[in-house]
Design a protein around this ligand. Structure first.
Ligand code: 3EB
Length: 336
């Protein structure tokens, strides 16, 4: 089995960061009726009421099973927001939050649509001066629909690969990512990009996704296992969607709880790769669960692992391998 070194390990230590963390994350039970001037993004999980068409409102269709379902990302710096054709965005000079949504009819050719969407976002980020993809979420309806290389997730993966591989050295600067299936139709891509790069982190227990063998599709998934960001007096680890995969193989297909334990071991392994000066503390843990009936068991395990002080959001979402029942993503912080 091949294990990959963290890519951060062969790059020079970054200079000490000039900027403080350019956002704060607050969790709410419901979205504010109006977004104030300092809001970068308001991410609402589950079917929210369409209150207004503010481009900073990001609606993710995954039903909320537990926890607070709204992420409010606020900026200590002035925010400018708007739309550029299909892209809604907000930026504060250091980071840009954006989204692009395609309805189901636009996905007749998913590979093509995904290529166009990623190429469009890439061009937009270059033009606006935020050339570094830090974190991206992909929500694709019926993600495991279709068989073999015609599977919707595989087609999406090919289109994304075609777009991102146009960047030089693209596999050394891939964003942390999530790809989850929804049941309402369409593709939502939302993302955070920066003026400065983060450090790509890989997991010693897993083959890097961008080096998965051919059996998982014609092109490999273009994401890193986590992104480590240093800010003044602060550092954070943005952990990608993480599942019960060791090497490149799915483990424990018949047991959501055993999958969760394997997933938690993967998250711990990633934490060990980030060179934080102080211990990383969980700021938000999100768990995607295929079947709501498994909620009680996985919630108990989450609580015993992370403790009651850690905000945990549980969402109904379909993991992109049909045998997988759970996936976790997280944000960890180390205050220096
Ligand atoms: C995996 O490790 C599980 O294609 O963007 C997790 C996170 C997964 C992101 C993606 C896929 C993606 O392969 C699936």
């Amino acid at each position: 089995m091949q294990h990959d070194l963290p890519h951060g390990a062969d790059t020079a230590a970054p200079p000490s960061p000039a900027a403080a963390r350019p956002y704060h994350l607050r969790l709410l039970d419901s979205a504010p009726a109006e977004l104030s001037a300092q809001v970068l993004a308001c991410v609402e999980h589950g079917r929210g009421r369409a209150t207004d068409d503010d481009p900073r409102r990001i609606r993710v269709e995954t039903p909320l099973l537990a926890g607070s379902g709204v992420e409010l990302w606020e900026s200590p710096l002035p925010v400018r927001h708007g739309r550029d054709e299909a892209i809604g965005y907000a930026e504060n000079g250091l980071v840009l939050f954006g989204q692009l949504h395609l309805d189901e009819p636009a996905l007749a050719d998913i590979e093509r649509a995904s290529f166009d969407a990623y190429a469009r976002i890439e061009r937009f980020l270059q033009q606006r001066g935020f050339p570094h993809w830090l974190r991206v979420w992909n929500f694709l309806s019926d993600i495991t629909g279709g068989s073999g290389d015609a599977e919707r997730y595989r087609q999406f993966t090919v289109g994304r690969h075609r777009a991102l591989s146009l960047k030089s050295g693209f596999e050394r600067e891939l964003p942390a990512a999530t790809a989850i299936g929804t049941r309402d139709g369409g593709l939502l891509i939302w993302f955070i990009a920066g003026t400065t790069p983060g450090t790509q982190i890989e997991n010693p227990r897993q083959v890097s996704a961008f080096r998965y063998p051919r059996q998982y599709g014609p092109k490999s998934p273009s994401f890193s296992r986590a992104k480590f960001l240093r800010w003044q007096g602060d550092a954070e680890l943005l952990v990608s969607g993480t599942a019960s995969i060791v090497g490149h193989e799915t483990l424990h297909p018949d047991s959501p709880l055993a999958q969760l334990d394997e997933t938690l071991a993967n998250v711990e392994a990633l934490l060990g790769q980030a060179a934080a000066d102080t211990p990383l503390q969980p700021e938000l843990v999100k768990l995607y669960l295929r079947q709501a009936e498994h909620l009680p068991q996985v919630q108990g395990r989450l609580l015993s692992h992370f403790g009651a002080a850690t905000p945990c959001m549980v969402l109904q979402g379909d993991v992109c391998r049909a045998e997988l029942d759970v996936e976790i993503e997280a944000i960890f912080r180390a205050t220096t």
